[in-house]
Design a protein around this ligand. Structure first.
Ligand code: SF4
Length: 368
């Protein structure tokens, strides 16, 4: 047991050079700023749900948290050990990169692609047990696997253990992927759109199952979704936090009752407007609060606050510097000048649509 967060990210940036473009000699390649200046701690047995549109960088940030994506700058630590220094063998390495990676697992949107089509469920689930419990014999492994299959409702487990992935439904495949991740005894599971491909009726069951097993395995979840409704369900049920991402930045984060009960960032309000079951006045919520402009190109994001081209509250002061996050409530942070009492924003002229005409925009998204 340690007081260190399981994962701690500080001022993380992840920039990608765009591939495939033929550049005139001497021109620099274009760079996508997939994640920019994000800091986030994930303690033990915690749930953080990250939400944002396609291309906002949430998946890239998730992969950075579990050590499968190297940040361009900033630090990512597992229980106080810098993940990439462990990988490079730099400085004091108390926890090896191999051990770190085993402790940070992922379940994907498409479990069918993640499971080997030529291996039975039994075979797929034996691998993590052999790695984490090398002393277990064949009988003990079989018993443990059957116990887990029964726990997630796949009964009779003896039958399910013999099946191949194509003999399972999508929901059953996702349960096997979840068991496989949990049998590694992870400290954190990145659930990347893990319920998005399931029928709506099965999504709640899967999220309930994740939280039920969280207590048994004492793991944390970084849950990533483009769907605010799903994110609010899992964060709300677990007393977790919800984080809102926009164009590579974490613009608002906090406990669910604060962020959705008293949203401070105009983008959070826009996401709530687009999610009628979360809108306090769904029947009479009026027109979209977003300016009618495409999502900016992440290769050429707007200056200042990146949301200013779509923000209904934008003023000229928003186009200069990127706003720093400020604490507005209990563990509730927001990156918007409206959260500052005495910022020049309040005396700055409103930004009109005419003033935005010359900004380059695109609905193309290259990083998720
Ligand atoms: S800083 Fe300005 S543009 Fe950005 S969200 Fe706040 S009001 Fe809108």
């Amino acid at each position: 047991m340690t007081d260190e967060p399981v994962v701690s990210m500080e001022n993380v940036e992840v920039h990608f050079e765009t591939e495939g473009s033929i550049l005139p000699f001497g021109d620099d390649p274009e760079v996508v700023q997939a994640v920019d200046g994000v800091s986030l701690d994930i303690p033990e047995n915690d749930v953080v749900a990250l939400v944002g549109e396609s291309g906002c960088g949430k998946t890239t940030l998730g992969k950075t948290a579990i050590g499968t994506q190297r940040p361009t700058s900033g630090s990512v630590k597992y229980k106080g050990q810098d993940i990439w220094k462990a990988n490079d063998g730099e400085g004091d390495v108390e926890i090896s990169f191999k051990e770190i990676r085993q402790s940070l697992q992922i379940i994907h949107q498409d479990p069918g692609a993640a499971l080997n089509p030529n291996k039975t469920v039994q075979h797929s689930l034996e691998a993590p047990l052999k790695l984490r419990h090398p002393d277990m014999d064949t009988f003990e492994r079989r018993e443990r696997i059957h116990e887990m299959l029964a726990r997630v409702g796949m009964e009779p487990p003896e039958d399910y253990a013999k099946r191949f992935p194509h003999q399972l439904s999508g929901g059953e495949q996702q349960r096997v992927a979840l068991i496989r991740a949990l049998l590694m005894n992870p400290d954190l599971i990145l659930a990347d759109e893990a319920v998005s491909a399931l029928d709506v009726s099965l999504r709640i069951d899967m999220m309930d199952l994740m939280l039920d097993l969280q207590d048994t395995f004492n793991t944390s979840f970084l849950f990533i979704s483009h769907n605010l409704s799903n994110a609010s369900y899992i964060a709300g049920k677990s007393d977790g936090r919800i984080g809102i991402m926009y164009l590579g930045e974490l613009v608002e984060i906090g406990p669910i009752d604060e962020v959705l009960g008293d949203p401070q960032h105009p983008y959070t309000k826009a996401l709530m407007w687009a999610t009628p079951n979360l809108h306090p006045d769904a029947a009479d919520r009026g027109d979209s609060p977003l300016r009618k402009i495409d999502v900016p190109d992440p290769r050429n994001p707007p200056t200042g606050c990146r949301f200013h081209t779509r923000c209904p509250e934008a003023r000229e002061a928003c186009t200069g510097e990127m706003p720093d996050a400020v604490t507005v409530g209990d563990d509730h942070d927001v990156a918007c000048y409206r959260a500052y009492d005495d910022h020049e924003y309040w005396s700055s002229p409103e930004l009109t649509d005419d003033g935005l005409d010359n900004l380059g925009t695109s609905d193309e998204s290259t990083a998720d």
